[in-house]
Each structure stands twice: as structure tokens, then as C-alpha cells.
Design a protein around this ligand. Structure first.
Ligand code: ADP
Ligand code: MG
Length: 627
């Protein structure tokens, strides 16, 4: 993997001109904003002195919006109009949103544009609009504190976010009036915050367990630059799940059977308090008055840290399984690591720290506030990007989580940018036409590790039209994939002989249906052997069809060059190739193709001679085989 140091030439500024740039951690549970002042990171607080802005948005009947702590406090009483954890919905399609929404109190409506909206008293609101409200609040906070307009912001996203989810985040920022300097993966930002870029060379693991997502990243510092070796995790695992585990325990113990939405919310709020207290205490005693959280009678119970740990052990193990896979992807063992960094509020849970230290065989770095690490790293990056720092300050590179490619003939996925390639990246590949006289080509951009397009995720389709008619295989179509530093993909196609072009910026209309990238990877591993077989069969069939179409086309024009008996033999061979291609034996198809190819050699030679004679007598050569 290439090591790049991105010096952004247009970005250097006059040294005395300090620009206001911020880093924003747009979290599922909390969001924060940070900036650099006199070379030191500063996390900005609101008027009450708190730095964590709860990622909660409440819409009111008069059209006004409340964001943060006031919204969170109102949540229990106004569940329908108070949106929490909207990050989980960002860039997700209708079906996925409905599924996610099943355990939520909100009414989710899908509009004609395919985007899910939350129905509120103030009208239908999309996840992007709700996120924009959070970003607006942070922008306001920054401008009030720093006393000026912001030049730009670096916004962090989970490493798991796919194209759509990143685009949705960018859209939210634009709606909030922010100039997005760059989207940055959260774990990558954490590495910068810890100054691992100034540490000795080595491989580091970033373990980020937040409220709703878990990310693990393996980074290598080499010659002063970070290289991202692998990323992994689980976008549906976090502290919220610990809350649910406690809430379920309370329900069992207190005999609560089916709490309504509000009771559920109360239970979860209580569970969260208990969980957070258990990070510093050995046990917590709860009192539920009859009716609270749906309790049938007064109830009092004690949860010990030990019992809590047994309730969440399986969830913590889940995160370690993802760590093991990421290490394997990176080709590393725990012993190869120099540092392990803890990020995210849930890494305050003692069991998490213990298990992580056990797994990696060393205590983790934790001297920065795990809630603030990501915002601080983003602020450091933002500062470099607006040109407040001298040249030579490196910018980190991220990787793409799943391979990007194109559908080729026979429903095969041709990988163009393999997964874990560092971004930004540009990769080109040449394709050609399949049929004589083909003037258009349909390009289907896919993402995934599987061999067959049907098993990959479809990102976009576009057409390259206006290709001058040529013999099959003569056109030279150069397809260029570019992934920018934010992970956004654009694809262009150019027929290089004629210069016709077409391109598309990939803004697919929905996110991964089931956003478990690891599941897709596991499936691809499990299916590798079957895929290879399917691919061989498709390739053999495509090759066979290409061959018979070419010979049939030649026969239609030049059958006169052959004796009747010769052309009958050739046609018989075409028929047996077609029969073979109808079967499922790749080897048999290939053998039949070779036989037909062999049998047509004399015919091809005669056509070539005839073509040359024709050219020499001044006639135009209409069909010249491209060899
Ligand atoms: P996100 O990035 O998903 O917004 P954060 O990194 O802000 O998440 O982490 C929020 C999670 O951390 C919540 O589930 C919260 O309950 C949990 N958390 C915060 N403080 C503690 C604590 N002292 N003990 C255990 N969990 C905590
Ligand atoms: Mg976070």
C-alpha cells in the first residue's frame, strides 16, 4: 500500500493570519466541537460549562427546535417528537430505517424520493435535517466562543460509514452552514489526538466503543506517516446495548412485562445511570416506585458490578471478535502492537478495559478523556487543513471498507479498488465492447467482496453512449475510479479512440440494507470456493458467446469464402458450443470454444487475405479485426 504524505499546496496561508477551524465529533449519543488555540486543543463548552452536547433533537409545535440537554430532558414526556440516535439512520434506505425504527416510538414515513422521514408536530424531518440541527448548535457554540465566522470544519464519521452515509453527513453539514474541510474516520482522529504521529514507529490499535457503534482500526506509523492497515467493528454495538441489558434485568426482577414507549425510555435512562455509576462503584441500589417504568409495585434491587459484567460479557466478547478479525486482516498478532488506544464513553466500563488489556496483552492508552479524543484529533486536522500550521504536518489516510468495482459481462464483479486501499485513490482499467457495432455501454458500479454482482451491493449505474460503431473488442473504454479524501466515489468512462465520455458521482439512494460489513466479508470468505466456480463458469460462457457471435457475424458477411461443406461444419461446431454453454461445466465449454476457435482459423485467414486484397484495390476496409 502506497504511503502518501499529502501536502495540500493551495492551502498554505500567510503565517500571521489565523483561521478559525474546528473539529466536530458528530456522535450517536453525544456530539462535541474542539479547536486549536496556541498549539493546544480546546474542547468548547456551552454556557453551562458542559462540553458534551447530547445528540438529541426535539421538534415543537410552533416550529422551533431544541437541541441537546433540554431536548433530552423532554424526551420522556414527548417521545414522538424527540429524536435520539439519528446517526443510526443517516444515509439508510426506507427498509433499513423501518427496521431500525421498530423499537423506537417514532412514526417513520418514506417519501417519494425514497428517503425515510420522522413524522413530527413540526412536519416530516429527515435524519439529515435532524443532524444538521446538532451541527448548527455546535457551529453556534464555536462562533460564540471564538468570536468569528468559521473557515471550515473537519467532521468525523465511523470508519464503517459507506458512501451514502458519508454523503448524508456532508449534506447535514452543508445544511448547517458549515464548510466541510474533510470527513475523517473517528479512530483515525483518535490516533492524531494521542500524538501517535510523533511517537516511535509501530503498529497501533484504536478501540472505540461509543453509545451506538464500535470501531477497531489498526494503524501503522512508518516514516512519519500513518498507514491504515485495517478497519473493522460493528455498527450496531455500543453502550446503548449495555443499557438494554440492565433494563431487561430490571424488568425481570421487578416483574415488568410490556412497558409502553415512555416507560421504556424511563427504564433506559435509569439503566444508563446505573451503568455509569458502576464504572466507579461496586454496586448500585435502585428504587422503583409502583408505576415508574411500568413497575407493578414498589421495587428495590441491587445490581453489583460483578453481576453487571455477566450481563454484558457476551457483548464485550463480540467487540473482541471484531478485533481479532481486524488484526487478521492487517496480518498482525496482538504482540506486534506498540500501543492500544481507548476511545468512546463506554471504554470507561472496567470490564471493557480489563478484557481489552487481556486481549492485546498490555494496558491501553487512556490519559485523554475518551469522550473528547475524536473531536480533538479532528481539530488538529482542521487546523492543518486551513493552513494554520506549517508544511510537513501530515494528514492521515483512511481506507475504503469494501472493494469497489464494475459489473462485467455475465454478471461478474470486477474489483477496481480493493478493500483496505488507502484513500484518496484513483485507479483506471480498460474495458472493451462485446458486440460488433455496439454504440453504448452500461456501467454498473458495485461494492463488495463477492465474485458475482448479485451478491454485491449496487451503488450506481450510468451509460456511456455515442461510441462509434466498431468491431467487438476494438473500442478502448477507460474507466476511472476516484475516491476522494472523504471517501466519496466518482466514476468516469471514456472511449479513448473517439474521446466520448460519461461520468457519475456516486450518491446511491440508500445505505447498506443490513449494515453489517463484517457479515458481507464473512459471507465472501465462506463463499469463496463456490464463487470461484461460478466465476469460471460465467467467464467460460461469456468467452464462448463472444466467439460464436464473432463467427456468426463473419459468416453473415463472408460465407462465400467457404465451401458449403466447410461452412456447414463450422455451423455444427457453433451449435455444439451453444449446447455446451447451456450446461454447467466450465471445462467442457472451454474445450468446445477451443475446438470452434481452431476450426475457424482457416476461415479467419481467408477473410484476412480477402480484406487485404480489397484494401489494395482501393476499396474501404469496413471491418478490420483488432488483433
Ligand atoms: P458516541 O460516540 O456513540 O456518541 P460516546 O463516545 O459519547 O458515544 O459514548 C457514549 C456512551 O458512553 C454512552 O452509552 C454512555 O452511557 C457511555 N458512558 C459515558 N460515561 C460512562 C461511564 N462513566 N461508564 C460507563 N459508560 C459510560
Ligand atoms: Mg464516538
Amino acid at each position: 500500500m502506497a504511503l502518501l504524505q499529502i501536502a495540500e499546496p493551495g492551502q498554505s496561508q500567510a503565517p500571521h493570519q489565523h483561521k478559525l477551524a474546528v473539529g466536530i465529533d458528530l456522535g450517536t449519543t453525544h456530539s462535541l466541537v474542539a479547536t486549536m488555540q496556541s498549539g493546544l486543543p480546546r474542547v468548547l463548552a456551552d454556557a453551562e460549562g458542559s462540553v458534551l452536547l447530547p445528540s438529541v433533537v426535539r421538534y415543537l409545535a410552533d416550529g422551533s427546535v431544541s437541541v441537546g440537554e433540554t431536548a433530552r430532558q423532554a424526551a420522556a414526556g414527548d417521545a414522538l417528537n424527540t429524536l435520539v440516535s439519528v446517526k443510526r439512520f443517516m444515509g439508510r434506505g426506507a427498509e433499513a430505517a423501518q427496521q431500525l425504527g421498530e423499537q423506537s416510538p417514532w412514526q417513520i414515513i418514506t417519501h417519494d424520493n425514497g428517503v425515510p422521514y420522522f413524522r413530527t408536530v413540526a412536519g416530516d424531518k429527515s435524519p439529515v435535517e435532524a443532524s444538521a440541527e446538532i451541527l448548527k448548535a455546535l457551529r453556534q457554540r464555536a462562533e460564540d466562543t471564538l468570536g468569528g465566522e468559521l473557515t471550515g470544519a473537519v467532521i468525523t464519521v465511523p470508519a464503517y460509514f459507506d458512501e451514502t452515509q458519508r454523503q448524508a453527513t456532508k449534506d447535514a453539514a452543508t445544511l448547517a452552514g458549515l464548510n466541510v474541510l474533510r470527513l475523517l474516520n473517528e479512530p483515525t482522529a483518535a490516533a492524531v489526538a494521542y500524538g501517535l504521529d510523533h511517537a516511535a514507529e509501530g503498529v497501533h490499535a484504536i478501540y472505540d466503543l461509543g453509545g451506538g457503534t464500535f470501531d477497531i482500526s489498526i494503524l501503522r506509523l512508518h516514516q512519519g506517516v500513518f498507514e491504515v492497515l485495517a478497519t473493522g467493528g460493528n455498527s450496531a454495538l455500543g453502550g446503548d446495548d449495555f443499557d438494554h441489558a440492565i433494563a431487561e434485568w430490571v424488568m425481570r426482577e421487578a416483574g415488568i412485562s410490556s412497558p409502553d414507549a415512555e416507560a421504556q425510555r424511563r427504564l433506559l435512562q435509569t439503566a444508563r445511570k446505573v451503568k455509569e455509576a458502576l464504572s466507579s462503584r461496586e454496586s448500585v441500589t435502585l428504587n422503583l416506585a409502583a408505576g415508574t417504568g411500568g413497575a407493578p409495585a414498589d421495587w428495590k434491587g441491587t445490581l453489583t458490578r460483578e453481576h453487571f459484567e455477566s450481563l454484558i460479557a457476551e457483548l464485550v466478547d463480540d467487540s473482541l471478535r471484531a478485533c481479532r478479525r481486524a488484526l487478521r486482516d492487517a496480518g498482525m498478532k496482538p504482540a506486534d502492537l506498540a500501543e492500544v488506544v481507548l476511545v468512546g464513553g463506554s471504554t470507561r466500563v472496567p470490564l471493557v478495559r480489563r478484557r481489552v488489556a487481556e486481549f492485546f496483552g498490555r494496558p491501553a492508552l487512556d490519559h485523554l478523556d475518551p469522550d473528547q479524543v475524536v473531536a480533538i484529533g479532528a481539530a488538529v486536522q482542521a487546523n492543518v487543513l486551513v493552513g494554520n500550521k506549517g508544511e510537513g504536518d501530515l494528514l492521515l489516510l483512511d481506507v475504503i471498507p469494501l472493494s469497489l468495482g464494475l459489473e462485467t459481462y455475465g454478471g461478474l464483479a470486477e474489483k477496481i479498488v480493493p478493500r483496505n486501499t488507502t484513500i484518496p485513490v484513483a485507479r483506471a482499467q480498460e474495458f472493451t465492447t462485446f458486440k460488433d457495432g455496439q454504440t453504448a455501454m452500461s456501467l454498473h458500479v458495485v461494492q463488495g467482496e463477492r465474485e458475482l454482482v448479485a451478491d454485491c451491493r449496487s451503488l450506481a449505474r450510468f451509460e456511456l453512449t455515442g461510441i462509434p460503431p466498431m468491431v467487438a473488442g476494438a473500442a478502448r473504454i477507460r474507466v476511472l475510479f476516484q475516491v476522494d479524501a472523504d471517501g466519496l466515489l466518482s466514476v468516469s468512462a471514456e472511449e479513448t479512440i473517439s474521446g466520448v465520455r460519461a461520468s457519475i458521482v456516486v450518491k446511491p439512494s440508500w445505505g447498506l440494507q443490513d449494515d453489517d460489513i463484517l457479515r458481507l466479508l464473512r459471507e465472501s470468505q465462506a463463499a469463496a470456493a463456490a464463487d470461484m466456480k461460478a466465476r469460471a463458469l460465467q467467464e467460460a460462457r461469456a468467452e464462448a458467446e463472444r466467439l460464436w457471435l464473432a463467427i456468426e457475424a463473419a459468416l453473415a458477411v463472408d460465407a462465400g469464402l467457404l465451401a458449403d461443406e466447410e461452412s456447414a461444419r463450422l455451423r455444427a461446431q457453433i451449435d455444439s458450443l451453444k449446447a455446451a454453454a447451456g450446461g454447467h461445466d466450465a471445462a467442457e465449454i472451454t474445450t468446445a470454444s477451443e475446438a470452434l476457435n481452431h476450426a475457424s482459423e482457416a476461415f479467419a485467414a481467408r477473410r484476412m487475405d480477402a480484406g487485404i486484397r480489397q484494401a489494395l484495390t482501393g476499396k474501404t476496409l469496413t471491418q478490420l479485426e483488432d488483433h
